[in-house]
Design a protein around this ligand. Structure first.
Ligand code: GUN
Length: 296
């Protein structure tokens, strides 16, 4: 396999998923005279979050999904945010609600997430939906980033059954739900979850057939931590200072790509790997949310 064939092209695979979603949205619009709708709530002015939120709204427009972007000042109280959620919960135009993470420190994020109507929880962060995920009930929502990773693997024909998958990072957004999906019936991987208190992460990653790096540390996974032929999925998107460039920063993943890529059998780039898939799966969840609303 030549070098370019190693690269898992998240942009292309996300475009395929988005094309499917656009067709589903068109069918819904024709059959029901209504559109799936997504509300994206941003509290504060985190620069990365602003970019993500704008990308989500833009993608909605491209696929024919109705969207509302609600931007609240960073001083917004938890009570005020809960009021916004309560209104969206009963808004018939809105089928999916997403509160961009992280929220300012004075707000209890999980309390806010648990106030979202679980049938509108397109992030799959609500306690009910996380519980269903662990129970192996995949009939509702799936968490966007881990689901995006599973789709990258599936659509790249990379098998997971019987493989040793090592996840680095135990976040609620990526690490923990990734563990649930990779170890679920059908995916059938054996999963090791490493985190900041794991003494010797390299001892685990060197034995991995598949590594999912989701630690949020630039270029954390080095070449000497990976066995030949491993599949590498890089979930990290870190801004590192780059003086003299137009933006003043560049994006790097959690994987030292130049060191790891020569050893890997397949690898995702940053950007253009997992990132586009996360939004593509969010759009799919918004369509699912529309169908859930029909049932009630
Ligand atoms: N922040 C980083 N990733 C995500 C995500 O998938 N959803 C939300 N709501 N916030 C995020």
């Amino acid at each position: 396999m030549n070098f370019s064939e190693k690269i898992i092209d998240g942009k292309k695979i996300a475009a395929d998923v988005n094309r499917e979603t656009a067709m589903e949205v068109a069918a819904i619009t024709k059959d029901f005279g209504a559109r799936p709708g997504l509300a994206v709530v941003l509290v504060g002015d985190n620069p990365a979050s602003k970019v993500y939120v704008s990308s989500k709204v833009k993608r909605c427009a491209e696929l024919g999904i109705y969207s509302e972007k609600i931007v609240l000042p960073k001083e917004t109280s938890q009570a005020e945010l809960l009021q916004v959620i309560a209104k969206l919960n009963v808004n018939p135009l809105i089928h999916g609600i997403l509160v961009q993470s992280p929220v300012p420190k004075h707000i209890d994020e999980q309390a806010v997430v648990n106030a979202i109507n679980p049938d509108k929880d397109v992030d799959c962060f609500h306690a009910r939906n996380v519980g269903r995920l662990l129970l192996g009930d995949f009939s509702g929502f799936l968490p966007c980033t881990p689901w995006g990773v599973m789709q990258l693997l599936k659509r790249s024909e990379i098998p997971t059954a019987g493989k040793h998958a090592v996840i680095i990072g135990r976040s609620n957004i990526v690490g923990k739900p990734m563990m649930a999906l990779l170890s679920a019936k059908g995916a059938d991987a054996t999963v090791t979850l490493c985190h900041s208190r794991t003494p010797d992460i390299a001892a685990f990653t060197r034995n991995a057939d598949l590594i999912v790096a989701a630690v949020g540390k630039p270029e954390f996974l080095r070449g000497n931590m990976v066995k030949d032929g491993a599949v590498i999925i890089d979930v990290g998107i870190n801004r590192v200072e780059a003086p003299g460039t137009e933006k003043g920063y560049r994006l790097v993943g959690d994987v030292a790509f130049d060191e790891v890529a020569p050893k890997a059998s397949r690898i995702t780039p940053v950007p253009g790997g997992v990132g586009p898939m996360t939004i593509a799966m969010l759009m799919k969840n918004t369509v699912r949310a529309f169908h859930l609303a029909l049932k009630h």
